[in-house]
Design a protein around this ligand. Structure first.
Ligand code: NI
Length: 134
């Protein structure tokens, strides 16, 4: 790990066909709602955070046909990103790019995080990573 770029785990993102069905399914497993349902028109998603013990998932339903989540659902992929908070998002992006990551969503304010900046990158392993600025 380089100098002072530190990543803290925040959540795993799950692609969902139907948010309400998925909320009930996670409640069955013991998850509790951590937020109300949010709509992010920039990312074209409707979502909610749920927690169990110290683990957090983000359930995400596509807002429309253009939503990138549709691509994962079509392939049967459910867990599609992991998210970390970091102090300086630009610095973290630069660090990951140096390791061969590709920036797919440039830093943009996110409604789910009180307008804090988020960004998405693909690591060389094709793992999709979301960053949230602390
Ligand atoms: Ni996320």
């Amino acid at each position: 790990m380089s100098n002072d770029v530190i990543f803290s785990f925040h959540h795993i993102g799950l692609a969902c066909k139907k948010l309400e069905t998925e909320i009930r399914s996670h409640e069955m497993l013991g998850y509790k709602k951590e937020s109300t349902i949010f709509v992010d028109k920039t990312q074209k998603v409707k979502g909610i955070f749920m927690v169990i013990n110290h683990f957090r998932v983000e359930l995400l339903e596509p807002l429309d046909k253009e939503s990138p989540i549709n691509n994962y659902l079509k392939k049967g992929i459910r867990m599609y990103h992991q998210c970390f908070t970091t102090r300086d998002i630009e610095k973290a992006i630069h660090f990951l790019q140096e390791q061969g990551a590709i920036l797919v969503v440039k830093p943009v304010e996110a409604i789910a995080f009180d307008q804090r900046k988020i960004a998405f990158l693909y690591l060389r392993t094709q793992m999709l990573i979301e960053l949230i600025e602390e």
